[in-house]
Design a protein around this ligand. Structure first.
Ligand SMILES: *Cc1c(COP(=O)(O)O)cnc(C)c1O
Length: 381
């Protein structure tokens, strides 16, 4: 499952599919509605097809992705569940989307017109989810375009070019459960649905809540919730929800090299770290091209044989160095290295990396690069 199949990958992300199925149940129980599972960006770096298969098998009512190309890749992987794709450009291939039975999320009358043209060309009816901008001011039909959009939608529907499946919007502040913007957005979504009902268009599914809202705002769940990150076991609101989520990805590699560095020796580019006393180091063969942020230079730790060892010097494109101490810590070349994992045993986690580098764990897992093999456990993938 990596593009260099001639020799084993140096790093492996083990994906626990049983954890993903468990996380789906946790989120569904919190929200008390069905789940449209978001598997964009290659399933947040976990591998979209095996993850989607697992989530559908565990009861997800549908799947969500950003791009039509992502939806088509799921179809190519024999995923037959409903899929909604909601981010397009004027070049997006809506004919391919319609032919593959993709539910197209539209954010403007221009997108609707392009979808209608594709449907008419094929002589088919396109399935549509209307994406409403209720205040995030990103995707979704803009407030000042809404009345015109509803007219255009009524005409397209009357012509048989489109059938309404869903109405959706996205929260700007879902990770702040008490932010009044969340309730305001829900009110505007309800008003949009009422406008559609007034032209006789009744959506099957209305959805607003992302992971943090699904975990904390039962009142914003509508017909279904649309979580992504929580399904992978990463809790975006740990201070508000004690949901029993299990991180699904563990990144491992093997020690490449063990060697002595004498006192005063500088380590890695720029000699940013100089060893204060004779020591033994290990070379860890994953780097920023594999998703280990360079900003973690001198700040990360890894687990080898159940012990923590600190990274020293700069993280490079392909590798970084850890200090094993003067006695070498009993580490030998080839020993397994846990770069990050579930944290259940106190080891490093994607969240720890995110906190150290001023980002969110979403960015850590989606950044795991193509040289890292994905290995699936705990399921049928
Ligand atoms: C990414 C995304 C989601 C999922 O968000 P999480 O925070 O990962 O749960 C839901 N809806 C839309 C429109 C998205 O872009």
């Amino acid at each position: 499952m990596h593009p260099y199949a001639g020799s084993p990958a140096l790093g492996t992300a083990t994906i626990d599919l049983a954890a993903i199925a468990h996380n789906l149940r946790v989120v569904a129980d919190a929200a008390e509605v069905g789940v449209i599972a978001v598997v964009k960006a290659d399933g947040y770096g976990h591998g979209a097809v095996p993850v989607a298969r697992t989530l559908v098998g565990a009861g997800a009512v549908g799947l969500g992705v950003a791009q039509v190309a992502e939806a088509l890749a799921l179809r190519a992987g024999a995923i037959t569940a409903p899929i909604t794709a909601w981010l397009h450009t004027p070049d997006t291939d809506f004919q391919a989307a319609i032919a593959a039975g993709i539910d197209v999320g539209v954010s403007s009358s221009r997108q609707l017109a392009a979808l209608v043209a594709a449907a008419e060309h094929l002589g088919e009816t396109a399935t549509v989810t209307i994406k409403v901008d209720t205040g995030m001011n990103r995707s979704g039909v803009a407030r000042d375009e809404w009345a015109g959009f509803v007219d255009d939608f009524a005409r397209a529907r009357a012509a048989g070019a489109v059938a309404l499946r869903g109405v959706m919007s996205h929260l700007a502040c879902g990770d702040e459960p008490d932010n009044p913007a969340n309730t305001d957005q829900a009110d505007l979504l309800r008003a949009a649905v009422a406008d559609l009902n007034a032209i006789g268009a009744i959506p099957e599914l209305v959805h607003l809540a992302n992971s943090p809202a699904a975990l904390t705002r039962r009142d914003l769940a509508f017909d279904t919730v649309r979580p992504g990150v929580a399904l992978f076991g990463l809790n975006p609101v740990p201070q508000h929800s004690r949901a029993d989520l299990i991180p699904a990805m563990t990144l491992r590699t093997a020690v490449s090299l063990v060697k002595h560095v004498p006192a005063g020796g500088g380590v890695s580019y720029g000699h940013g770290y100089v060893v204060p006393a004779d020591t033994v180091v290990a070379v860890i063969p994953v780097g920023y091209a594999d998703g280990v942020p360079r900003a973690l230079s001198g700040r990360l730790r890894v687990r080898i044989n159940g012990r923590d060892f600190a990274g020293i010097g700069r993280v490079c494109m392909d590798q970084f160095v850890v200090d094993l101490g003067p006695a070498g810590g009993g580490v030998t070349e080839g020993d397994e290295v846990e770069v990050f994992g579930t944290g259940a045993d106190g080891g490093p986690t994607a969240r720890e990396w995110a906190e150290l580098t001023g980002t969110i764990d979403y960015e850590i897992v989606t950044g795991i690069g193509p040289r890292i093999a994905r290995r699936y456990v705990g399921g049928l993938a």
